[in-house]
Ligand binder design. Structure first.
Ligand code: SAH
Ligand code: SF4
Length: 327
């Protein structure tokens, strides 16, 4: 603004237009002179994403959007409505380099990192949509496409921007970053002592099984990963969530549950288990209700809290990467 010879408070007016009014094109900025609006239109890009497809689940509670990026690549974001919460699941990359065998995003490979603006724009898209219904986003999870800690700087820059009290003012504690387990990034995150929640995709309790499902485990085996998680807990006092996609006869066995309970003993943590969402490129199937319950009971019996999550939006391919991989 100062380069354009405008008073510095113009920047604040534009920031508030973007993050408080949810404006997304220059002509909407009626709080600034028309001449400045024209400068905005000529010099700045307002649209980081364009909507390509929207799908609503049959119960109307889950909405999935596929966005096209300026270079033609696609990403997805999902809104899950609960009774008292509106949780967004957003992407940090187009595709993913980590190659987890059961994951549709992993199966498509890495395309590119998202910019911080492209991450922010997914949230603002749904913030605007909910605003129209007199509702608000209550939680944001980085569990869409991509590995957020592989794109550390842009992901954290996006969280910081959304967190800005002068702007969208979305509390750090309402974000959750989910990682496949990049140990150096977890250590860095712990040292930064952020209030952001951390979820770890564990999925297996011994290294052979985990490496066969998540190749990254070769580089960062389970014990190193759990040591980094303990560092995070010690640094922040925050509870870690371990994610576990229950795959029939693979990692839903009593043996895995007991092994897991022993590994997590004494840790401030919680296990979030969800039946596998089967994908085209992987032959594994979802666990059964009975096997999931047994898995949970074993963990609970060892004093480890465990919740079996419901799968949402299955009828709209709202599992990680499942819509983009069909296009
Ligand atoms: N890359 C990050 C975040 C995105 S994936 C990570 O891996 O943690 C979000 C979660 O969905 C992860 O726990 C991932 O393991 C899980 N997931 C991926 N594919 C799945 C599938 N087909 N069924 C169930 N969970 C899946
Ligand atoms: Fe990437 Fe996460 Fe999918 Fe693994 S589970 S391939 S880290 S998006």
């Amino acid at each position: 603004m100062s380069e354009w010879g405008e008073p510095v408070y113009r920047a604040q007016q534009i920031w508030q237009g973007l993050y408080r009014q949810y404006w997304s094109s220059p002509e909407q900025f009626t709080n600034i002179p028309k001449s400045v609006r024209m400068l905005l239109a000529e010099n700045l890009e307002f649209k980081a994403l364009s909507l390509a497809t929207t799908l609503n689940s049959s119960d109307g509670q889950t909405v999935k959007s596929l966005f096209k990026l300026p270079d033609g690549k696609s990403i997805e974001a999902v809104l899950m409505r609960y009774e008292k919460r509106n949780t967004l699941c957003i992407s940090s990359q187009a595709g993913c380099a980590m190659g987890c065998v059961f994951c549709a995003t992993g199966q498509m490979g890495f395309k590119r990192h998202l910019s911080s603006g492209e991450i922010v724009a997914q949230v603002m898209y749904y913030a605007f949509l909910l605003h129209g219904e007199n509702a608000v986003v209550t939680n944001v999870v980085l569990m869409g496409m991509g590995e957020p800690f592989h794109n550390y700087d842009n992901t954290l820059a996006a969280i910081d921007r959304l967190n800005d009290p002068q702007g969208y003012n979305f509390g750090a504690r309402r974000f959750t970053i989910s990682t496949v387990g990049l140990v150096p990034a977890i250590r860095r995150f712990a040292a930064e002592k952020r209030q952001v929640n951390l979820a770890i995709s564990l999925h297996a309790a011994d290294d052979d099984l985990r490496t066969s499902m998540l190749p990254v485990n070769k580089r960062y085996p389970i014990d190193d990963l759990l040591a980094a998680c303990r560092e995070y807990i010690a640094a922040t006092g925050r509870r870690v969530t371990f994610e576990w996609a229950l795959i029939n006869e693979v990692n839903d066995t009593p043996e895995q549950a007991i092994l897991l309970a022993n590994k997590l003993k004494g840790m401030l943590c919680h296990v979030n288990a969800i039946p596998l969402n089967p994908t085209l490129g992987y032959s594994g199937q979802a666990t059964t209700h009975e096997r999931a319950e047994k898995f949970k009971q074993i963990l609970n019996g060892h004093g480890i809290p465990c919740t079996i999550r419901l799968r949402r939006g299955i009828d709209i391919q709202a599992g990680c990467g499942q819509l983009a991989s069909q296009l």
